[in-house]
Design a protein around this ligand. Sequence first.
Ligand SMILES: Cc1ncc(COP(=O)(O)O)c(C=O)c1O
Length: 386
Amino acid sequence: MKYNFDEIISRENTASIKWDQVEKINGAKVLPYWVADTDFKTPKEVIDALKQRIDHGIFGYTLYSDSLAPTVKNWINKRHGWSIENEWISYTPGIVSAILYAIECFTNEGDSILVQSPIYPPFLQLPKDSGRKIVESEMILNNGRYEIDYEDFETKAKFAKMFLLSNPHNPTGRVFTRQELEKIGDICVRNNVLIVADEIHSDVIFKGYKHIAIASVSEEIKNITISCYSASKTFSLAGLATSAIIIPNKEINDKFKSYLEKRHIPVNTLGKVALEAAYKYGEDYMNQLSEYLESNRDFLIDYMSRYTPKIKPIKPEATFLVWIDCRELNLNDKELNKFFTNSGVKLNDGYTFGDAGKGFMRFNIGCPRETLLKGLERIKAAYDKI
Ligand SMILES: Cc1ncc(COP(=O)(O)O)c(C=O)c1O
């Protein structure tokens, strides 16, 4: 089946954070390229599975079906070549909540948590809000590509209890190589640092790159890693809040499961149906979506290099998020935000990704090409007036 990602579907007035929580300029809403969800319809098989469940009409307390774990296992094996066991899996209502649970379950107040900045803002906020300290190892921008500063990473890992990994990395779009993962994973093993690997973006990977689950790199790394997966980002299911958390080490797994049990965390009756259908039937959709997003990425890069050359996109290797370097505009945080908002688009402010994000913005290209072009044209019109 060929999917039509060019179809424009209005999301206004659906209580969408992305579309309905935006500023107005001269009475008109700005166009949203911020919150990381896409404007594409989820595959028909997912909608059909949801409809079938809805038609039943009773939505009482629910279990995760026995068929869900083998489906997650199969998806991860097929897409990423990592062979997991059903017992390693538990479920949470989203990955941000899973990260918070892991922080609470495996660290104490005052402990340090390591992140690679610039980084998805909740990685900075969750530890802070729970009384932990953040240690940032800044990635180095080298010829338009972010790289790991291993020396700095190791120095900081020495006094960290936990490392929050985003792979593929939000916002830089890096797909870490086996060698990179091995190096940082070994540093964590040597320094007794628990890894929480957020692999939510691992379904959309561009040509020439391959997602590698850090837990699949070695036995030692597998033993200290909590891996987080979800269909929510890539199958337009974020509002159905259901994620799979994979923990091979029995002691860590038991402790996490017992933590979840004690909190009586509810099961989303529709979310688990959607996750299962997406992972069962979504392969074609995901391959075609990745191609579409790759062409959106190339379109944006080409457009900006022609018409707004002082705004420089960092070419992502995965994800539907483009990190754009606006430092040549010489605007401070507030002015940069104003520049884009006044042009009629809403992006994510780079400074919210840590100090390493100052002077940058994040652009969500998970939309039909026509919508993407509209945003770029608005930015060009504002840029021409500088
Ligand atoms: C790296 C990363 N992790 C987690 C999330 C959110 O996950 P969830 O909605 O499952 O909490 C996002 C959303 O933007 C993300 O980019």
